[in-house]
Design a protein around this ligand. Structure first.
Ligand code: NDP
Length: 416
């Protein structure tokens, strides 16, 4: 009750200071990034008001969040889940429950919304994320699959809409912090010689290809440094995530894959580096906690408390670096090749989403993931999509092809 009164009071204060308090939508609120975002927002209720939270089907988790944060709106992408959520909320709840993808798009583009955290996993987040870009929001981009798949279409929407695109991926957030503000988008005119994209190497770093064949989803999802959703955990284990990030960096910083080197850094303390023509190397360091890039995205160009413990270099003692093993982890090589093909990353992303889902369901081996991606890239004709419909059509073709390959591998080998 006291909590509800405090919220009502804060809402009243916000209405008086409407121009100062930012209205925030968290797409994918029940996920790993979503929950970290809510944690940071909750530390700064004087600056941010939770306008809308969204999820797909996780009614139980969403119910907890609605009761704890009382946003104006709670949206479930799945309409049945929305009905269930609405039926379980107390009648006095101030939160309006909506269902379906259009409700997500409407929330991300609503005129009274300032900030959108795009943290839906996978291609499913494209439409609402794009809507936020088109409507000129401060767009905190965690959903890398949306940018990587839609590429030029996405960047043009953000440019035309006047969106402020802030990278939440820790590596890109680090690059953003290391490249001077007046040259962002054109790093090579600022004397940047190379971007060094760091990779943890994932849970299987150091293993040979033959040692990877029998690894389980639980092992693949047990990342040594980061606690993340299952899909990105598998991407991190295959190094496919680094391929997505390579493409993401090319779009965000207007450069080519040749301008970026991938460096394995197992401790995940340095989140990326930028090397300049004069020999200077700028790096961003911090404990592996996504609340740091989230807080920076929310407050940029200022800085706010993220709740992250200070970095203790003495107890760390050592930082290691090595080259990625592209023979054991061919997904990164596949991405390096796909980036050079029109629409290649859209096809790669779709094939990967199908393959990872099959791996997590026990229908495909870990080493089957790159086989499905390679096959799909070979079979689906390369074409540069010109608009959203083109992106969705290419994604759809790649999914059908990848699914057929999964089923064929399952028949040939018994899958696992
Ligand atoms: P999670 O799997 O933890 O959460 C995904 C969120 O998306 C959940 O809220 C989920 O809802 C929602 N969702 C899933 N499918 C749909 C759908 N079809 N329609 C609408 N909503 C949907 O993922 P993460 O938080 O780990 O990752 C989110 C994004 O951020 C990914 O793109 C990832 O690559 C990126 N990222 C994540 C990092 C991390 O540390 N986790 C680091 C850097 C980037 P529900 O709970 O109902 O399923």
């Amino acid at each position: 009750m006291a909590c509800a009164l405090r919220r009502l009071f804060l809402r009243w204060v916000y209405s008086l200071r409407a121009t100062e308090v930012k209205q925030v939508v968290v797409l994918g609120a029940t996920g790993s990034i979503g929950l970290s975002t809510l944690d940071v927002l909750n530390r700064h209720t004087d600056r941010f008001n939770l306008h809308t939270i969204t999820a797909n089907r996780s009614v139980e988790k969403m119910l907890e969040l609605v009761l704890a944060y009382e946003p104006q709106q709670a949206i479930m992408a799945c309409p049945d889940a929305a009905e269930e959520l609405a039926s379980r909320l107390p009648v006095e709840s101030p939160t309006r429950v909506l269902g379906g993808e259009q409700a997500l798009i409407d929330a991300a583009s609503a005129s009274d919304v300032d900030v959108v955290m795009a943290a839906i996993v996978g291609f499913a987040g494209l439409r609402p994320t794009l809507a936020a870009a088109e409507h000129g929001k401060r767009l905190l981009l965690a959903n890398k699959e949306a940018l990587v798949s839609a590429g030029g279409v996405f960047m043009e929407a953000a440019r035309a809409g006047g969106a402020t695109l802030l990278p939440i991926d820790s590596e890109h957030n680090a690059m953003f912090q290391c490249i001077p503000a007046n040259s962002r988008g054109r790093p090579y005119t600022a004397g940047v010689e190379k971007i060094l994209l760091t990779a943890s190497g994932g849970p299987f770093r150091g293993r040979s290809r033959s040692e990877l064949a029998g690894v389980t989803p639980e092992q693949a999802c047990a990342h040594p440094n980061w606690s993340m959703g299952r899909k990105i955990s598998v991407d991190s284990a295959t190094l496919l995530n680094k391929g997505l990030e390579l493409a993401e960096a090319c779009w965000l910083f207007d450069c080519t894959p040749d301008d970026i080197d991938v460096v394995v850094h197992p401790q995940s303390i340095i989140h990326s580096l930028v090397r300049y023509d004069d020999g200077s190397v700028l790096a961003q360091l911090g404990n592996p906690d996504m609340r740091t890039p989230i807080a920076y995205g929310l407050s940029w160009p200022e800085r706010i408390d993220a709740g992250v413990s200070p970095l203790d270099l003495i107890s760390l003692a050592q930082l290691d670096f090595e080259a990625p093993d592209l023979d054991a982890f061919p997904c990164l090589r596949l991405a390096q090749e796909a980036i050079t093909q029109p629409g290649g990353m859209c096809v790669l992303n779709a094939a990967n989403e199908i393959a990872v889902a099959a791996f997590l369901e026990g229908q495909l081996t870990f080493t089957g993931i790159d086989k499905v991606i390679a096959h799909t890239l070979e079979k689906v004709p390369s074409v540069e999509p010109e608009n959203l419909e083109g992106v969705e059509a290419l994604d759809g073709r790649a999914r059908v092809c990848a699914q057929e390959r999964v089923e064929q591998l399952e028949r040939d080998t018994g899958g696992v």
